[in-house]
Design a protein around this ligand. Structure first.
Ligand code: ATR
Length: 282
């Protein structure tokens, strides 16, 4: 476990976010604002933990009073596999971004990413997913983390497209039978126009673009890139240029998944209204 230089772990009821890299994480700021608005004392750190070291990092954190962790890349699958109790959301995702530690030492895992995405789209962007044609790009951990949440919204069709076709098929097999789905080969176009396109590939992290026919964007209600950055991603810029009505990055999703984590630990769901604006202006 490597503690960021300014962090003082060792206080009771401490929480943290772990990942590698972690220096860029906005989670401590978000949780500090939640605690402030809720009038609760809540300590939240960021700790770099290398892949393969999560179990020992948890044991060390529990020893100094740690009660729970958010988990980010590349540790979400590891968090899931070492947990003792798993929520349905974590099981559906095969990964956990939330852990809480019981007094008996048991580790409970949950996944709040799907909640974060759906809440951001439906409550913050005011768009329903129910009855819509939704195109999900990517079939890695990020896509799997939100798959069940999207399916639970009853889209009229869920289109799955991924460079490696077999991984899109694997995702399709995880969907409930009641969810209509279509596998769209990478770079090809479905005959059904999507209402909402969600980019869950890791392409935006490098500024690369998914292979797709650009005429698809103009008729969408929303193009959503699950990564967040201070400036619009290349994918968002492309969608805007092509006439997409609404384009969003994943900052709202980050805030909403954090709010759900805060609720699971503290019992109250904090208000999130102005948090994305505050993050963008700092
Ligand atoms: P994450 O946890 O961010 O989802 P991941 O599990 O490694 O990371 O998944 C990355 C996703 O981005 C995958 O869907 C991957 O496609 P493959 O399944 O074919 O690997 C996609 N991706 C990454 N680089 C890509 C590229 N150059 N072109 C197309 N898709 C890419």
């Amino acid at each position: 476990m490597v503690t960021e230089p300014s962090v003082k772990v060792g206080l009771p009821n401490a929480y943290c976010v772990v990942g590698d890299p972690i220096a860029h994480s906005l989670s401590p700021k978000i949780h500090a604002w939640f605690a402030e608005s809720e009038g609760q004392a809540f300590l939240y750190h960021k700790i770099r933990v290398a892949k393969g070291s999560l179990k020992s990092a948890i044991e060390e954190f529990m020893r100094v009073g740690g009660k729970g962790m958010n988990v980010t890349v590349p540790l979400k699958e590891e968090a899931y596999s070492i947990s003792d109790v798993r929520s349905e959301r974590a099981i559906a995702a095969g990964a956990a971004n939330f852990l809480s530690f019981g007094d008996n030492g048991k580790i409970t895992a949950d996944n709040t990413d799907g909640y974060g995405l759906i809440t951001d789209i439906s409550r913050n962007l005011h768009l329903a997913l129910s009855g819509k044609v939704i195109c999900l790009l990517g079939a890695g951990g990020a896509a799997r983390g939100v798959l069940a949440g999207i399916a639970a919204q009853s889209p009229s069709l869920l289109q799955l497209s991924n460079r490696t076709l077999s991984k899109a098929e694997d995702l399709s097999n995880l969907l409930p039978k009641s969810c209509p789905r279509e596998i769209v080969p990478w770079g090809q176009m479905s005959t059904t126009q999507p209402d909402i396109i969600i980019n869950a590939t890791s392409l935006s992290l490098t500024g690369d673009l998914p292979k797709m026919n650009n005429s698809v964007f103009a008729l969408t209600e929303l193009v959503y890139d699950m990564v967040y950055s201070s400036n619009p991603t290349s994918f968002m810029k492309l969608a805007s240029r092509q006439g997409a009505k609404n384009v969003s990055d994943g900052l709202g999703m980050l805030v909403e998944q954090a709010a759900e984590s805060y609720r699971l630990w503290n019992g109250t769901l904090p208000r999130t209204d102005n948090i994305t604006d505050r993050l963008r202006s700092t």
